[in-house]
Design a protein around this ligand. Structure first.
Ligand code: 26W
Length: 852
């Protein structure tokens, strides 16, 4: 059986269009019955030679280059294609199994997927790592050099996007029938560089080296309409109907990505949509010489999936953003209803076949789109369509910041999606009737709950619409879900108490332990045996080893090895030379004032001042290396000023011989999933210091705990659950609790009073304000300092002393090496709950497939 890739039909197509096949699937080959597929698809042999041969075939026959003349990029692309070749049969089989016994699926609708590099994860999923490495070595190639060629698909901003990636990984590893839908941005999250300490954004041309992990399907294009008007008409049966007369349209081209389960032979699909102009460029206009005009339609259309919006909390309300949201939602719903369901499927039973999870408000336009599809394209009456629609969606809220909840001006919605605006009005009308019934005469409540906001401008509240139509509404951590019920959507919780639930976030242990922390993984497997990767609660079996000298010694060596690895990576990547023996104190997340990177900065300045002023004896100082990683939304002025000030402090400290042996601040640029995988395993201390009641959950906090870092944090988001599980004695808690924050806000918070009354705080702020870290130029530090003194919306000054006290406890604990290691081991052992597999089980039990 020769393995010649060229005669295999383009794989991705088969994955979804495979005609009915008999179920007798044997071994890795499966016998297609459709006349179209003449050959069984057999993966390459799982041997070093088999792999090497497959690689050479990809290089020679696919790329058309000989090994000795091939570039590193050629070799990387061939390696990627070889690995995906091993996944192909599983992908086909999974698709066929789903087709053979169609059960209810989960459709995950997300505007963001922060996938990270694919090669490592695919090698892990297929357990081909060693074979691939030996095969490359046998061909004289540097395996790790090739892996480093991959540009990670940065199709997300932060927590929400990465969570979506962890969730689809878990759904595949748990063999849950599911499909991820999203947007194939041509440019993902910008690449961050620093110039004079200031963030500079560079477009992320992640496709420039080719895209070996995607399978385009221009043959499955979907038309998406925009603009125009609506009209009433009498249909063939004499019924009065409404219809949309759109003004323009684009094509949605699906690109399929494999989502391999962990060594279980399952490969699910992620379908990302790319926009393309419906009509080719206008030759007549071209020939008239107006070239720009000739291709205007093209650029206009392609702009829709051109670039990811780099905001992760404050919507800019841009029209293109709404176009993006409607574009991928319309493609996805049409694709599922017209393509995935059997032709004659009775759509009134749609909820038996799909539940769409709305990843925040970004895909909520799916609700009126479903109504439009069922009524206008499948002739359903309003009531029947609503009956179906309100059973097919569930909504996850990922924020607590009111300003992060999207509202779309009625003017814009009417202009872009006139039919949808009509449908939203009617949904709201009927909804407000039920509110008036339940709360007669309470018009203020009606105004608060209305999907339509009246002031300051008429706008559609997407969170309200999602709550009205969703079967369930969930927050992403216990505290968050409580605050969602009590503070963000209290009126809805009063009306529909059972609609609200919680599913605490999780992270995939495949990428964030097995892939990121090979040495810890080996130590765990050597200690408790294999299998914990898909049953993370088994980490509990490590508890007894927290007091085992041999184990704890190995545990420390693993941490030190990860620190050494990080030091060489940052040296190469950023020219950052980390000190050898210091506690690694890490704060990596998007730059946002509520996450309080400024509080971390005040601690650093305070430590610096204590040392340089001699207030603290050098021998009493626990040497620390502070590592930051953070991108700021390009339009977020204060966030960018905070980045500049951190870099300024870092530079000054690095040039001050009085402290260089005791403290260092490193701020590697362009924090992303790939860097996270290197940073997190090396950390000793995880900074989770947001103002209580502001961080919905956090997921970095979970990754640090699972990699043996101790957390210093407030009782916010999932920190609460981490502290409860790992034990107060293994967690450095500080700061106001959420009710105290609310009370202080109600009382009126004056940050300057804390400045005046706390000498250490005053010294730190005065030193910052003095220009000491900004070359003597006070004005360069003023934006951040003035905001802290006169606004400080997230009360960093109020929590400063409690934070400083907690940091002193950290120093004391770190001096007790055994005690610290014991706590670190217990953090790992007791954090199995934070697997995204457990999150998926909760979604299945509480939302997607609830028993009763
Ligand atoms: C429209 C602008 C915009 C874009 C993204 C508003 C809000 C968002 C996201 C909801 C922001 C986000 O990523 N939220 C984070 O979601 C994580 C996953 O649930 C949580 O762990 C974080 O606490 C939350 O900040």
């Amino acid at each position: 059986m020769s393995h010649d890739p060229s005669d295999r039909p383009s794989a991705g197509w088969l994955a979804d269009e495979t005609p009915r096949l008999d179920s007798s699937v044997k071994g890795s080959a499966f016998e297609p019955t459709s006349p179209r597929a003449t050959e069984p698809v057999v993966g390459p042999e799982r041997t070093v030679d088999g792999f090497a041969k497959a690689f050479l075939d990809e290089l020679n026959f696919e790329a058309g280059v000989a090994l000795k003349r091939s570039t590193t990029t050629d070799q990387y692309l061939a390696l990627a294609r070889t690995i995906r070749g091993y996944l192909m049969a599983d992908w086909l089989r999974t698709a066929e199994r789903r087709r053979q016994n169609p059960t209810k699926m989960v459709g995950y609708l997300s505007a963001e997927y922060l996938l990270g590099r694919q090669m490592g994860n695919s090698l892990l999923a297929t357990d081909l790592g060693d074979i691939a490495e030996q095969a490359m070595t046998s061909l004289g190639l540097d395996f790790n050099l090739l892996r480093a060629q991959e540009i990670e698909p940065g199709l997300g901003n932060g927590g929400l996007g990465r969570l979506a990636a962890c969730f689809i990984d878990s759904l595949a590893s748990m063999d849950v029938p599911s499909i991820g839908y999203g947007i194939r941005y041509e440019y993902g999250i910008f690449r961050q560089t620093f110039e004079e300490g200031r963030q500079v954004e560079v477009p992320d041309a992640w496709l420039s080296l080719g895209a070996p992990w995607e399978f385009p399907h221009p043959d499955r294009a979907v038309q998406v309409n925009f603009g125009g008007t609506t009209e009433q008409y009498i249909d063939g049966d004499g019924r009065t109907r409404r219809r949309w007369l759109p003004a323009w349209n684009v094509q949605g081209i699906p690109y399929h990505y494999m989502v391999p389960g962990y060594q279980n032979g399952v490969v699910n699909t992620l379908r990302l949509w790319s926009a393309r102009a419906t009509q080719e460029f206008d030759l007549k206009i071209f020939n008239s010489g107006d070239y720009a005009e000739a291709v205007r339609a093209q650029t206009f259309a392609e702009n829709i999936s051109k670039v990811l919006y780099p905001e992760d909390s404050t919507p800019q309300g841009r029209e293109l953003r709404l176009q993006q949201q409607y574009f991928f939602v319309a493609c996805s719903l049409k694709d599922f209803i017209d393509r995935t369901l059997e032709e004659d499927f009775d759509l009134t039973r749609l909820d038996e076949r799909i539940i769409f999870q709305l990843n925040d408000t970004h895909p909520v336009i799916a609700i009126p789109e479903m109504m439009r599809l069922l009524m206008d394209e499948h002739d359903m009456e309003w009531a029947a369509a609503w009956e179906v629609t309100r059973k097919c969606f569930a909504y996850t809220c990922h924020t607590l910041l009111p300003e992060a909840l999207e509202v779309w001006p009625v003017e814009l919605m009417t202009r872009l999606l006139p039919r949808h605006m009509e449908i939203i009005y009617r949904i709201n009308e009927e909804f407000l009737d039920t509110v008036r019934e339940a709360f007669p005469g309470d018009e203020l409540r009606v105004r608060r709950m209305s999907v339509i906001q009246e002031h300051p401008e008429r706008a559609v509240r997407m969170a309200n619409l999602a709550t009205v139509a969703g079967v369930k509404v969930n927050g992403v951590a216990a505290l968050h879900s409580e605050l969602l019920r009590d503070k963000l959507l209290p009126d809805f919780a009063a009306l529909w108490p059972n609609k609200f639930t919680n599913v605490t976030n999780g992270v995939t242990p495949r990428r964030f332990i097995r892939l990121a922390n090979q040495q810890l993984s080996t130590l765990i497997t050597d200690t408790i045996g294999p299998g914990w990767e898909t049953d993370l609660e088994r980490l509990r079996e490590l508890e007894p080893y927290a007091d085992d000298a041999a184990f704890t010694e190995s545990f420390r060596q693993v941490k030190q090895a990860n620190k050494d690895r990080l030091r060489s990576i940052l040296s190469q990547r950023d020219g950052i030379e980390l000190p050898e023996h210091a506690m690694l104190d890490v704060m990596v997340k998007r730059l946002h004032e509520y996450k309080r990177q400024t509080l971390k900065l005040l601690h650093i300045v305070s430590m610096y001042d204590d040392i340089t002023s001699g207030r603290v004896r050098r021998e009493d100082v626990v040497p620390r290396t502070f590592v930051f990683g953070a991108k700021a939304a390009p339009g977020y002025f204060m966030a960018k000023e905070i980045i500049f000030l951190i870099n300024s402090v870092a530079k000054t400290i690095a040039q001050d011989p009085r402290v260089t042996d005791l403290m260092a601040v490193a701020f590697p640029a362009n924090y992303n999933v790939t860097l996270a995988n290197k940073l997190i395993p090396a950390a000793d201390l995880s900074e989770q210091i947001s103002l209580a009641g502001k961080e919905a959950s956090g997921t970095g906090n979970m990754k640090f705990a699972l990699n043996g870092a101790l957390t210093i944090g407030t009782d916010d988001g999932a920190n609460v659950e981490i502290r409860e599980l790992v034990g107060d004695e293994n967690f450095f808690l500080f700061g106001m609790l959420e009710p105290e924050v609310a009370a202080l806000a109600d009382r009126g918070y004056t940050p300057s009073s804390f400045y005046e009354s706390n000498p250490a705080l005053k010294r730190a702020i005065d030193l910052l304000a003095s220009g000491h870290f900004t070359g003597g130029d006070r004005s360069l530090a003023a934006p951040v300092v003035d905001d802290l003194l006169y606004k400080d919306r997230f009360m960093a000054l109020a929590d400063f002393q409690s934070y400083l006290d907690a940091q002193a406890r950290v120093d004391a604990a770190y001096r007790d090496v055994d005690g610290w290691t014991r706590s670190a081991v217990l953090n790992v052992a007791r954090s199995g709950f934070f697997s995204s597999d457990r999150s998926m089980r909760d979604y299945l039990d509480r939302i997607w497939m609830p028993k009763s």
